[in-house]
Design a binder for this molecule. Structure first.
Ligand code: XIL
Length: 648
């Protein structure tokens, strides 16, 4: 996460900046790594590494990760002290670099944590970008800090450094490298998403400023007509200290959007995260408690913040996520117990929308949240919107984040989410969509399996079909990222490589892209699925290509609710399906959702609904039903999918 030095607001005109030299990196073929810097210390010198502030750095033979030497760092007194290397003439703007360094504590030091960061300065203002977060380090072995970094601004100073949580521990570093892998050109012969979807809604991507440059910028301009700054309009970025607004990064994005004919979604004015600590300190500098004085102070800060930020951009930002993630469906009143709520009750919501409307009368004002498909959360959000609008609070739209995955949630549940808000006559936006390839926190794939990427493509197809069905009620659909090389899901909820977007890590169109643009081409020749193709020469018919899980959700006298999940275990998609079974105990299906059923005697057959006709390889569909029973309610054990027996 970005940290910004407090209190050093630049007032200088940004003149005479160094735009990094184009000669810095030799020309190289796409996909071949280019090593720009390699520090082994084996020549017995520090190879350009220095100390940040007075601590000592010196080549050492006490330990080495490879070769004969490492770099020893001693005499530290502050946690931010450590070895640093000037990258100003080495790294170019808009290129994604991989950084790697090995770290070990000096003999006898207690375990602590190390970080790898970049310091950059523009117009005298320093910013600190974290490349690798806290990583456990000890004196007993080497730990690798590895991450990537793209410089997005012109700078007059640029350096990488290693720091420790411990203020005093001595350390060694070794085998540092700075490298990059040139990208192939973007595909210019593909349909642009914004053209394909022009009749339905705007299509957007959330980006950082590095994604406005080079290949990323070209891809963004080609496909998207709306952009959301992923972080640069959040409170910690725009007002890190009270009254000291910083807009340089967000302004760069707004200018890019103007130059490229894209709209900007402002994200976000009020959130319980990425809000600086000072906001919730009382007049004496202590943490606020819920008193009338603190409430007045907090609402005044909120008003000043919104006036400062929204007022600064005026008409350049026509839509704002005014409040973000304020619902907690586990509270009886549905309201998240954030500091905002604890200190002001509902008044922070009232103030935020009122002030935003006053400052930007023409802007569309959104209440944004995640998991809005979950029925309890959906309903609590709905009820809050109804209640506040009845009071006259100017909420113009509901934002559904749609951070989903290859299995969850169902299209039916998502449709119920959209349908719920239609009667309010309120605009809806999909604000942060991504489709994780993971369905639980324990999974991690070294390379994404082909069948999972196919399942993802079908998910994108189905969700976009649904959005189009509701396009009278949806004004924009935004993805939370441009391409798989940069997604917040790489570190949330756990650290692992995810691939949740429409373009791959080399910015090439995935099957997911075709899911949106032309589903008939999913799995086709232009698919850039990265896994290997299996050539099968055997003619053996695979035994069962499906698996069925049949569960009785609840059961009462004479009635029960059944839940059935059908998984495609084959290598090809099933494009229309009928599942059949026979009841042994005379049960009857009385009502069924997620499919169309018929029953003759004990024989039940369930055909797909229009929206879940395809089961991707490795993917599943589910349906539920109400049934009647007398005497016994045994679970059926034999199922067929399109006439072929399934595992159950
Ligand atoms: C994420 C950003 O993408 C990350 O870079 C940052 O470290 C954390 O926040 N819901 C939201 C977004 O509303 O603001 C979040 O963005 C993702 C979840």
């Amino acid at each position: 996460m970005r940290r910004v030095l407090a209190g050093v607001l630049a007032t200088t005109v940004l003149a005479g900046l160094v735009t990094l030299a184009a000669h810095a990196s030799p020309r190289a073929a796409a996909d071949e790594p280019v090593v720009v810097v390699s520090s082994t210390f084996d020549d017995g010198t520090a190879q350009g590494w220095t100390s940040r502030a007075g601590e000592a750095v010196a080549p050492s033979t006490a330990v080495a990760h490879g070769g004969t030497h490492s770099l020893a760092v001693t005499g530290r007194e502050q946690s931010w002290q450590g070895p640093t290397l000037n990258l100003l003439e080495k790294a170019q703007k808009g290129i994604r670099y991989d950084l790697s360094v090995w770290v070990r504590l000096a003999a006898g030091e207690a375990p602590t944590q190390a970080r790898l960061s970049v310091e950059r300065r523009t117009g005298g203002t320093a910013s600190y970008d974290q490349v690798v977060g806290d990583t456990a380090v000890t004196a007993d072995g080497w730990a690798n800090l590895r991450g990537s970094y793209t410089l997005a601004a012109d700078v007059e100073f640029l350096a990488t450094y290693v720091e420790l949580s411990s203020a005093t521990a001595s350390l060694h570093i070794d085998d540092f490298s700075l490298s990059h892998t040139p990208l192939p050109p973007i595909q210019t012969d593909l349909p642009s998403l914004k053209d394909v979807l022009a009749d339905h809604f705007a299509v957007g991507a959330a980006v950082g400023n590095a994604e406005l440059l080079n290949n990323h910028g070209q891809l963004l301009a080609k496909h998207f007509d709306s952009i959301t700054p992923g972080n640069t309009l959040k409170w910690d970025a725009t007002e890190p200290t009270e009254g000291a607004f910083r807009f340089t990064d967000a302004e760069a994005l707004v200018s890019w959007a103007k130059a490229n004919g894209a709209a900007v979604r402002g994200h976000t004015l009020v959130w319980h995260q990425q809000t600086p600590a000072w906001v919730f300190k009382d007049a004496a500098g202590n943490d606020m408690t819920a008193t009338p004085e603190n409430k007045a102070l907090l609402l005044a800060r909120l008003e000043a913040h919104i006036r400062g930020v929204v007022g600064h951009f005026g008409d350049d930002i026509p839509v704002w996520d005014v409040v973000n993630e304020v619902i907690d469906e586990n509270q009886a009143d549905g309201l998240r117990r954030s500091k905002w709520f604890e200190i002001t009750g509902l008044d922070y919501l009232r103030t935020a929308f009122r002030v935003a409307r006053e400052v930007a009368p023409d802007a569309e004002l959104v209440i944004n949240d995640y998991n809005t498909n979950v029925p309890a959360k959906r309903d609590k959000l709905h009820d809050l919107v109804v209640r506040l609008r009845a009071e006259g609070v100017p909420i113009d739209a509901v934002g559904h984040q749609m951070h989903v995955n290859v299995q969850w949630p169902s299209v039916a549940e998502t449709e119920a989410m959209l349908a719920k808000f239609v009667p309010l006559g309120i605009d809806q936006q999909i604000t942060e969509m991504d489709v994780s390839i993971y369905t639980d926190d324990s999974q991690s794939y070294p390379t994404p399996p082909a069948e999972v990427l196919l399942a993802q493509a079908y998910r994108y197809r189905d969700f976009f079909e649904l959005y189009k069905k509701y396009s009278a009620n949806i004004s924009s659909v935004t993805l939370w990222g441009l391409a798989d090389d940069n997604t917040w899901l790489d570190s949330f909820p756990v650290t692992r490589k995810d691939h949740p977007l429409l373009f791959d890590t080399r910015l090439q169109a995935k099957d997911a892209y075709w899911g949106v643009v032309d589903p008939g081409r999913i799995g086709g020749p232009t698919s850039t699925t990265t896994t290997t193709t299996t050539t099968t020469t055997t003619t053996t018919v695979p035994p069962a290509t499906c698996a069925v899980a049949y569960a009785i959700g609840s059961q009462w006298q004479g009635g029960f609710q059944g839940e059935v999940r059908v998984t495609n275990r084959g290598n090809a998609p099933v494009t229309a399906w009928t599942l059949a079974w026979s009841f042994a105990d005379g049960q009857r299906v009385t009502q069924l959702w997620g499919g169309v059923h018929t029953q003759t005697g004990s024989a039940v057959s369930v055909r797909n609904a229009s929206w879940n006709s395809t089961i991707a390889p490795g993917g599943s569909v589910s349906f539920g039903f109400l049934g009647s029973w007398t005497g016994a309610n045994g679970k059926p054990t034999a199922f067929t999918l399109n006439g072929v027996g399934c595992q159950s």
